[in-house]
Design a binder for this molecule. Structure first.
Ligand SMILES: Cc1ncc(COP(=O)(O)O)c(C=O)c1O
Length: 463
């Protein structure tokens, strides 16, 4: 094996950390795509750890210039994490207070990092319709108005977000590939990255560069049903009660030539593979972008020069995508020593919250199931309910009330088991008073399993 070319570049000291935002390198995914030219743009090498440093800095500079953000003011944003980190970093470096509203499913590492920058945090439930006053964006908008000197960054509507990419990410990729890039692949969260980078590359190449969105299968951007997916910060989820399902104002779908949809399992396993085969520890949306880029490269042939934007580091997801326990409990990885628990279950009948006790009793009886899962009302996806949409498991004894009353919904959601766990592990961690649990595969409800069936499986494995 020949030694890799080492780059040693000595730059003069930067006046501020903010001068180090952008200018991230491209690295070839040589082991994942041998014989093809696929490059990853390593956005986790930005000082705040993600692609959002670019938009955060650009939005603050723009607001300073317009006077929208007064000296010593408060930067407010509703964010799933990385924009908050970028803004918190700028706030610290330029003397502002910062306050963020985040969905409560945000990885704990991201919350701790925000607090470390001195930011204040407000958590709000993840699964709320956009119209709800406590929805992340509605809540942040309200706070920004109420606080004296408050300014809402508004990454979904602020033109400085895509502009940052038009002025930095796009030109960097063009220059780094010497104008050879043929395909740009990026995920779509606010749409700022793909809109700005795509606009620049399309223009500079005279329309030659193909702009490809990479999107979770159920995300609304790629034509999915808007039901939940496991990838943080990419894609568009639409809660069943959300009325306004429009796309963010900064996203310009007409910039894209096409969208490649990637299942959660493929995104997560690709992110894990990048760490193991390339030494790139990246997040879930990077897995989505890389999986799409590898697919694009396979289809386009050896002449293609594909660039995938990898938005952030895997450090923020050590307890999620990079945790063996988490992937097995979510059913993204099967236990190859003992076989998957999926062969213990068959498709399951569910009822939406709000169903009457009378109809639930008949559904339970005619299904012959040991329990009846109650799921989020109004969901219309043909796919099985997502794990987070399973609100409770009702047995016959829970359905003894008056027939016209609505079914009881437990305040604490039931603990499911993952198709990648072993029967022994599940039995060891199960609440002893429970005798039926729901099984999760690909983070969706796969069926019901009784303790009896788990014991029998454990017994047969031991033989
Ligand atoms: C991890 C991660 N992936 C993807 C995206 C999507 O980027 P954009 O909002 O520019 O579309 C974001 C944005 O917050 C992100 O944090």
């Amino acid at each position: 094996m020949t030694a890799p070319d080492r780059r040693t570049v000595a730059s003069p000291p930067a006046d501020s950390l903010l001068a180090l935002v952008g200018g991230t390198p491209l690295v070839r995914l040589g082991r994942s795509a041998p014989g093809a030219e696929v490059h990853a743009k390593l956005e986790y090498l930005n000082p705040g750890g993600s692609v959002k440093d670019r938009a955060a800095l650009a939005m603050v500079l723009d607001a300073e210039e317009s006077g929208a953000l007064p000296p010593g003011g408060t930067i407010v944003e509703g964010t799933s994490g990385n924009t908050g980190l970028g803004l918190a970093q700028v706030a610290a470096a330029r003397g502002y207070r910062s306050l963020f509203v985040l969905p409560d499913k945000t990885a704990v590492e991201k919350l701790d990092a925000l607090r470390a920058y001195g930011a204040e945090i407000v958590l709000t439930p993840s699964a709320l319709p956009r119209e709800h006053p406590d929805h992340v964006i509605a809540y942040a908008t309200r706070l920004a108005k109420e606080i004296d000197g408050g300014w809402l960054a508004d990454q979904y509507g602020n033109p400085a977000n895509p502009d940052a990419h038009r002025r930095s990410t796009g030109p960097e990729i063009w220059e780094a590939t010497g104008g050879r890039i043929t395909h740009l692949v990026a995920t779509i969260g606010t749409g700022g990255t793909i809109t700005g980078t795509g606009e620049y590359l399309r223009e500079v190449s005279g329309g030659r560069v193909e702009i490809v969105g990479a999107d979770p299968v159920t995300s609304a951007y790629g034509g999915g049903d808007g039901s939940p997916f496991a990838i943080e910060a990419a894609g568009q989820y639409n809660h069943p009660e959300t009325v306004d399902v429009s796309f963010p104002p900064v996203y310009r779908p007409e910039i894209l030539d096409r969208i490649v949809t990637i299942g959660d399992r493929e995104s997560i396993l690709t992110a894990r593979a990048l760490a193991r085969t390339e030494g790139l520890l990246v997040g879930g949306s990077s897995g989505t972008a890389a999986a799409a880029a590898l697919r694009v490269a396979r289809e386009a042939g050896p002449e293609a020069v594909v660039v995938a934007i990898l938005p952030d580091s895997g450090r923020a997801y050590l307890s999620k995508y990079h945790s063996d326990t988490w992937v097995r409990r979510q059913g993204f990885l099967d236990d190859d020593r003992h076989g998957t628990l999926v062969d213990l279950v068959s498709p399951v009948v569910t009822v939406p919250a709000g169903t009457s006790v009378g109809s639930a009793r008949s559904a339970l009886k005619s299904s012959g199931q040991p329990a009846l899962p109650v799921v989020l009302a109004g969901r219309s996806s043909p796919l099985p309910p997502a794990a987070g949409e399973v609100l409770g498991l009702l047995t016959a004894s829970d359905l003894r009330g008056p027939a016209e009353a609505a079914v009881p919904v437990p305040t604490v959601p039931p603990v499911g088991i993952g198709s990648g766990e072993t029967a022994a592990e599940v039995l060891a961690r199960m609440d002893p008073s429970v005798d039926v649990v729901h099984l999760v595969r690909d983070a969706r409800l796969a069926g019901l399993v009784t303790v009896g069936a788990l014991r029998a499986r454990e017994h047969s494995v031991r033989l």
